[in-house]
Design a protein around this ligand. Structure first.
Ligand SMILES: Nc1nc2c(ncn2[C@@H]2O[C@H](COP(=O)(O)OP(=O)(O)OP(=O)(O)O)[C@@H](O)[C@H]2O)c(=O)[nH]1
Ligand SMILES: [K+]
Ligand SMILES: [Mg+2]
Length: 571
């Protein structure tokens, strides 16, 4: 039987401003609290709307200890006071604390948003948000109507000094981003304002600053987001081009989650079919051909997954940026091309062959695609030690890049052939690097005799040869258009007929690894003889688990830290 007691007069009185429901609260404990340090009691709160953590509706029981020795000193909310008291309530460390952070970039701007999430979000509101005044001009303390923006004053919790005029909104969990109670305070963005508001919240002992990505992590833990959505959100924030934004949004919205869920469900259904065979056994009343049915479905599933896997890493490349290497002989105009693409003098351009030595990389948006363009040293035999290293690096880069663009000086590579014609002849040193996938820009056409503007190119199987003059601008528009289109087609944003293609399913190497594992288990199932139904079902179970890992349905502790580490604080 638990004895009932009322909060000590002092605590109850001071608790009122921020936990009005505590007045109606009754607390039950196995023992009446005494000032003895470190005694633990279980308390229950019956106030219907109280968000006070240990009293909260979802976790009505919390372990509290009475005593002034344990770290933070309780305050007037019942959590600890600055003055300290012999009868003090401390929240056990195991309980989840309320976190806060600035969710917009620090600095001068129109608005800054400070976000607070956790069981004490409402207590924070009661402490620092004032939404109105009574007839005598005295600040009125009123609980917020959830999900509604309130005009307010933000005040210091103890001095009640007004810090700024702003807006505040309270999201009642679970209908919030984190699924916990969330408070968002919009103030003017200025360094002093932001730090005064953050300092004010820091005075509340039941709050602590959020870690990187902790709001999103709580959303994940609350089941609001799966891992692909978490990754999508992070990518959305990082997106620099339209394509990246669209791809990330698909993930963030849960489209990838749904597609993966379909694959996983299908695997589970196949497993159910096979398991039915285990349960019923031979000669029992079970449909003929169940195993064959499962096999056929697994075969189709296998094809679907291997189809996703053989996507040339489009999704991953699109997310991280297409790595494009510009290469060619010295003085072809490679650096001039980089500058043209960047629309600024990023690289040094001189008439001296061998000007560029190091690799110079820029992230650019080409036709909505993220492209990391690299300028390289002109390829030639040289005794210059520095240039030699540059040439070596250039070759390596061409081989490791996603797309390579060879720039050739037209007057040097077009040689008269036949009576009136010209032919494109690749310098021998370039031949090993030019494949049928290499794109070619024939530069300096302004220096060509007029009759050399048409030529044959038996050396080059490539369909994509553009001619232009980066000096006069001739042909550059056509080059840019054609070049962007080739990239869009290669990265499957456009199909051959120019319509939009389906977004790739895999956007992270992590997804690929798990899908590859799933495929291996499906293959193992297909190789298992039908007599070994138990083993066969087991392979399908592993396959389903591998797919589940992508969404984070199954043991992911090890990846969580990696996923959330890349977030900024406040997200
Ligand atoms: N006439 C003419 N000159 C050009 C054209 N494009 C570039 N140039 C000139 O060619 C010279 C070499 O250009 P760069 O861009 O430095 O060539 P590069 O391929 O980067 O040269 P390296 O870095 O030395 O390998 C510069 O003097 C440019 O102004 C063009 O289309 N027509
Ligand atoms: K040069
Ligand atoms: Mg150069």
């Amino acid at each position: 039987m638990s004895a009932r007691f009322a909060l000590g007069a002092r605590t109850a009185r001071t608790a009122r401003p921020f936990i009005p429901d505590c007045r109606a609260a009754s607390l039950s404990t196995s023992r009446k609290p005494t000032p003895k340090k470190g005694t633990k009691h279980r308390l229950a709160h019956t106030g219907p709307r109280c968000s006070h953590f240990a009293f909260g509706p979802c976790r009505p029981y919390g372990t509290w200890s009475y005593g002034s020795s344990a770290g933070a000193t309780p305050d007037e909310s019942g959590r600890g006071t600055a003055e300290g008291s012999s009868e003090q309530l401390l929240l056990s460390d195991a309980q989840r604390r309320t976190i806060y952070a600035l969710s917009t970039p620090p600095g001068k701007a129109g608005v800054a948003v400070v976000r607070v999430s956790g069981p004490d979000a409402l207590a924070v509101w009661r402490q620092i948000v004032q939404t109105g005044r009574d007839g005598k001009g005295k600040a009125r303390e009123r609980d917020p109507e959830p999900w509604k923006m309130h005009r307010c004053r933000v005040v210091h919790p103890t001095t009640k000094e007004v810090l700024d005029d702003g807006l505040a909104v309270f999201f009642k969990g679970p209908k919030s981003f984190t699924t916990e109670d969330v408070l968002e305070i919009h103030v003017h963005s200025g360094r002093a304002i932001i730090s005064s508001v953050l300092n004010a919240i820091a005075c509340l002992p039941f709050c602590r600053p959020a870690e990187r990505g902790e709001f999103t992590r709580r959303a994940f833990e609350g089941g609001r987001l799966d891992l692909t959505q978490v990754e999508g959100l992070r990518d959305l924030i990082d997106a620099e081009t339209d394509t990246q934004r669209k791809l990330a949004l698909k993930n963030a919205e849960g489209a990838t989650r749904a597609r993966l869920e379909q694959l996983r469900n299908e695997t589970i259904q196949c497993m159910a079919l096979v398991e039915a065979l285990i349960d019923f056994g031979e000669g029992e009343d079970i449909e003929e051909g169940v195993y064959e049915q499962a096999r056929e479905r697994v075969l189709r599933l296998r094809d679907t997954i291997s189809g996703h896997l053989s996507d040339n890493r489009k999704g991953e490349i699109m997310r991280s940026g297409i790595r494009l290497a510009i290469f060619g002989p010295p003085n072809a105009g490679k650096s001039s091309l980089l500058n043209f693409l960047a629309q600024r003098e990023a690289a040094i351009v001189t008439p001296v062959p061998g000007t560029t030595r190091d690799i110079l990389e820029l992230s650019l948006d080409i036709g909505g695609l993220p492209v990391i363009v690299a300028d390289t040293a002109g390829l030639r035999k040289t005794d210059d030690l520095v240039e030699k290293i540059g040439v070596e690096r250039a070759k390596q880069l061409v081989n490791s890049s996603d797309v390579s663009l060879c720039v050739l000086p037209a007057p040097d590579v077009l040689v008269p052939s036949g009576a009136t014609g010209y032919e494109l002849q690749l310098p021998a040193s370039l031949a090993p690097l030019v494949t049928d996938k290499t794109l070619i820009l024939l530069n300096k056409v302004d220096l060509l005799p007029l009759n050399a503007r048409s030529f044959t190119a038996s050396d080059v199987l490539n369909r994509h040869i553009w001619r232009a003059s980066l000096s006069t601008g001739e042909g550059t528009q056509e080059f840019m258009q054609g070049f962007a289109q080739v990239l869009q087609q290669r990265y499957n944003l456009l199909t051959e007929d120019g319509s939009r293609a389906e977004e790739p399913l895999i956007t992270h190497a992590r997804h690929r690894t798990h899908l590859e594992n799933a495929l291996q288990f499906l293959d193992a199932f297909l190789q298992t003889p039908p007599e070994d139904v138990v083993l066969a079902a087991e392979e399908l179970r592993y396959a389903a688990q591998a797919i589940g890992k992508i969404s984070g349905l199954i043991d992911v502790e090890d990846v969580l830290d990696a996923v959330f580490r890349d977030f900024c604080i406040g997200k």
